[in-house]
Design a protein around this ligand. Structure first.
Ligand SMILES: Nc1ncnc2c1ncn2[C@@H]1O[C@H](COP(=O)(O)OP(=O)(O)OP(=O)(O)O)[C@@H](O)[C@H]1O
Ligand SMILES: [Mg+2]
Length: 504
């Protein structure tokens, strides 16, 4: 389980990347250090060889002056294979090899034939000049070599050797060779390797621990989210995740999760309420039905009595089936399974026809109903649903307007939309009730509404929204109510809804 956790993965990656970068860094550091140690040693050997040659030459010049004073002619002063020069070189080496400047430096001097003429005291009479080296030197090239010398028998020490020809008059007059043991350099490198091998795992170990703590700190809120989420069930959707006091992604995740819970909570409550309402609304007519039938069955009745009971039962059943039909319609809108048969409709003519149909109803209640529209307004709509929408709204206006009142319908076309106003001079709706009137089964005051169940406006809203429109209400208690249905004119705006079938 732990190996699959994000925390473990973060630490693993962290340590892996760190190991790779640190190893690379150490490698570069080590090789650069090694290279510069070698370079330094080479430079040192070169400068020593130069100094030695200069110094021997100064000795020789002094010797020459002495000899000239003694009357010796100049042509015997060639350094090449000159026994006197060999003596001078030997003398120089003997005197100078203990010089502190030459500590750890071994010196050899060879004549132009490659024969040793002088060497430092502590170096055995050992010829470090190989054939290859001598060949190069004769051609005027100086060179560096690594050479194993056995100062203590059986224990060879590797020396860095610099061999340089001393050229005078374009000829090699003698050869100077200097060497330094590589042991110090190797010791330095071994020390550095040791440090790196020690520091590397320690650094990785401690940064690993730091990484683990950091990952724990970062992921702590997520773990607490997991704990809370585990407790959430359908019956305690009111639980919320503690929002961390940050502004990062984890806070956003917690916020989003809480918003989702809020939404779910609302949906569940709504669903529960809805089921309660449906049961309640169904229960009343069913109880009436049951009661009437039971009372009737208690004794033998006349045919007229049976007919009366059957008629009233049929009315109750009609109410139930109408409600079930409306609920089914709402369920279809909710699940977006409602197929709208879109046609081009002249809304003006369409609403006028509905108004004419219900005029009788209005007049029966002594209501004045007026319709106003100046021109043809073509929209794309499902005729059946449009009819249901305006019938529901007009039914309300007539139902909630007392005798002698007025119902006014007018249509206004504005650029891309049409506004349908349905206004009445009825009883109005209290301001605080307005936000709820489109809710299912919501009725402002059961006693004043009579027959309905409170589904009319929620169906109207679903129909308007399926046509990409909006519905709004304004009302003043005791003065009247106005509903404004806004619908788009363009057919294309409906094309965004793939779930609805368009028919021309
Ligand atoms: N024009 C109106 N004037 C005053 N109140 C209204 C008007 N239209 C709706 N209402 C109020 O809004 C409530 C909800 O209306 P809705 O049409 O959804 O339900 P209903 O008319 O009571 O029942 P149903 O329409 O299902 O027969 C109504 O009960 C009523 O109180
Ligand atoms: Mg209604």
């Amino acid at each position: 389980m732990i190996f699959k956790s994000i925390r473990f993965k973060i630490i693993l990656w962290y340590m892996l990347i760190l190991t790779i970068t640190l190893s690379l860094f150490s490698w570069v550091l080590y090789y650069n250090f090694r290279h510069s140690l070698h370079e330094n040693l080479n430079d040192l050997l070169m400068s020593k060889a130069e100094g030695i040659a200069d110094s021997i030459d100064t000795y020789w010049e002094a010797e020459k002056l002495e000899a000239i004073k003694g009357g010796v002619t100049t042509n015997v002063f060639s350094k090449i294979n000159n026994i006197n020069f060999a003596k001078i070189a030997q003398q120089w080496v003997e005197e100078k090899s203990t010089d502190p400047k030459l500590i750890n430096i071994a010196v050899w001097v060879y004549d132009a034939n490659g024969e040793p003429i002088a060497s430092s005291k502590d170096i055995p009479n050992f010829k470090v000049l190989s054939r290859g080296m001598f060949g190069d030197v004769l051609r005027g090239h100086s060179r560096f070599d690594n050479f194993d010398i056995e100062i203590i028998t059986g224990k060879p020490t590797t020396f860095r050797v610099f061999t340089a020809p001393i050229i005078e008059d374009k000829k090699v007059s003698y050869i100077v060779q200097v060497a330094s043991p590589l042991t110090i350099l190797y010791a330095e490198l071994t020390k550095l390797r040791g440090i790196l091998f020690l520091v590397l795992p320690i650094t990785i170990f401690f940064t690993g621990i730091a990484g683990a703590l950091l990952a724990k700190m970062t992921l702590n809120p997520i773990n607490s989210m997991i704990r809370t989420t585990r407790q959430i069930r359908a019956d305690n959707l009111n639980l919320r995740i503690t929002i961390p006091d940050t502004k990062d992604e984890i806070k956003r995740l917690a916020d989003t999760f809480n918003e989702m819970l809020e939404e779910l909570d609302r949906a569940f409550t709504f669903q529960r309420q809805f089921i309660q309402n449906v049961s309640h609304e169904l229960k009343t007519p069913l109880t009436i039905l049951k009661g009437e039938i039971e009372v009737t069955l208690k004794k033998i009745r006349s045919a007229n009595e049976y007919e009366a009971v059957l008629r009233s039962s049929s009315e109750e059943i009609e109410k139930i089936s109408q409600m079930v039909e409306e609920l089914l319609l709402l369920a279809k809108f909710d699940s977006r399974q409602m197929i709208l048969e879109m046609k081009e409709v002249d809304l003006s003519e369409f609403i006028q026809n509905i108004v004419e149909n219900i005029r009788v109803l209005a007049e029966a209640k002594n209501l004045k109903i007026t319709f106003f529209c100046q021109r043809q307004i073509i929209i794309a709509a499902d005729e059946n649903q449009m009819k249901r929408l305006f019938l529901n709204l007009l039914d309300n206006s007539i139902k909630y307007t007392p005798e002698g009142g007025k119902v006014m319908i007018d249509l206004q076309k504005k650029e891309e939309i049409v506004n349908v106003h349905i206004a009445d001079t009825g009883i109005g709706i209290p301001k605080e009730e307005l936000p709820f009137i489109f809710d299912r089964f919501y009725q402002v005051d059961k006693s004043r509404t009579g027959m309905g169940v409170g589904l009319g406006l929620s169906i109207a809203k679903s129909i308007v929204e399926a046509h990409r429109g909006t519905i709004q209400v304004e009302s003043k208690l005791g003065q009247g109510t106005t509903f404004v249905v806004t619908l788009p004119l363009s057919v294309n705006s409906n094309l965004h809804l793939p779930q609805f079938v368009l028919q021309k």
